[in-house]
Write a protein that binds this ligand. Structure first.
Ligand code: C2E
Ligand code: MG
Ligand code: MG
Ligand code: MG
Length: 289
């Protein structure tokens, strides 16, 4: 129906673009409402240590933000975290998640047992000059061993403003917190920089775990195994713990076990669930002995 080619191009792209901008604006508005109406919650996904033989053992949990909107339903963090980052709302959300986790760690500590917890920290949050003072304040307000709290950051975090970033990490590590590189393998890694960071852990991105298969499989698949094996060797050389993310199948778990991977996380062993449920289960298991 359009006459000129230029006009046809505009007609083709403009409505889509406009829709995307409207969606993002609407979502940002809804997200702001959600914060004030307390429609956000923290879920925990259990993490397990993987012995050479025998059952995986619960060894920690990752805090994952959840947003349930009455109209939109469950909104995935993959959708709303980027919007929160662009709008700056992530500063508030990130602090809220940290606060929930600190409060829970203190409550568990008071009951005599605490499960180590990991929190995802956005690049935007980390860059804020308020971040280190806020975390310092949270640690002062809540009584628990800081070693119980781990911060997951991504490799992209390590790409900008290197000196400032390293300094912040050092300051927080000096308080006793530990650091983990999330989604390892899909970003731009600067290995010499990784080595200079006081890291405790690498989390192998689930795309690599997805590619794992039994050694006997056709060799088109075995390269996936070699990549994971190389990551495990590197982590070992750097004295880092490793968590394999996104373990969904028993076969993947067994391949990882044979490779000597020490920790796993994934739907096979436990999905993210409300914080109180996961902690309740952990404490029930503990009291059974
Ligand atoms: P992530 O930190 O890499 O978290 C792991 C994601 O993988 C979670 O998705 C988890 O539910 C999912 N997952 C775990 N096991 C499996 C599995 O076996 N199979 C599959 N397919 N997926 C699995 P979720 O909760 O949707 O979060 C997505 C991302 O959103 C997170 O990736 C993290 O980058 C971000 N995010 C979530 N909560 C927060 C938060 O509180 N703050 C910040 N800054 N980012 C967050
Ligand atoms: Mg994470
Ligand atoms: Mg990850
Ligand atoms: Mg991530």
């Amino acid at each position: 129906e359009s006459k000129g080619a230029g006009r046809a191009r505009l007609c083709f792209f403009a409505p889509e673009m406009r829709q995307r901008i409207i969606d993002a604006a609407r979502m940002e508005h809804a997200l702001r409402e959600a914060v004030s109406r307390q429609q956000l919650s923290v879920h925990l996904q259990p993490q397990f240590s993987l012995p050479e033989s025998g059952e995986p053992q619960l060894c920690g949990a990752e805090a994952l933000l959840r947003w349930h909107d009455p109209q939109l339903g469950m909104v995935s963090p993959a959708t709303f975290i980027p919007i929160a980052e662009e709008s700056g709302l992530i500063l508030e959300l990130g602090h809220w998640v940290l606060e929930q986790v600190c409060r829970e760690l203190a409550a568990m500590t008071a009951r005599g047992y605490a499960l180590p917890m990991a929190v995802n920290v956005s690049q935007v949050q980390f860059r804020s000059s308020e971040f280190v003072p806020q975390v310092t304040r949270l640690l002062a307000q809540h009584d628990f061993a800081p070693e119980l709290l781990r911060m997951e950051i991504t490799e992209s975090l390590a790409t900008d403003d290197e000196a400032a970033m390293l300094e912040k990490i050092d300051q927080l590590a000096a308080l006793g917190l530990s650091f983990s590189i999330d989604d390892f393998g899909i970003g731009y890694s600067n290995l010499s920089r990784l080595r200079r960071m006081p890291l405790k852990e690498l989390k192998i991105d689930r795309s690599f775990i997805n590619d794992l298969s039994h050694e006997e499989s056709p060799d088109t698949h075995t390269t996936g195994n070699e990549i994971v094996r190389a990551m495990l060797m590197m982590a070992s050389a750097l004295s880092l713990d490793v968590v394999a993310e996104g373990v969904e199948e028993t076969e993947q778990l067994e391949v990882l076990r044979r490779m000597g991977c020490s920790r796993v996380q994934g739907y096979l062993l436990g999905r993210p669930r409300p914080m109180a449920e996961v902690i309740g289960d952990a404490e029930a298991r503990l009291s059974k002995g």
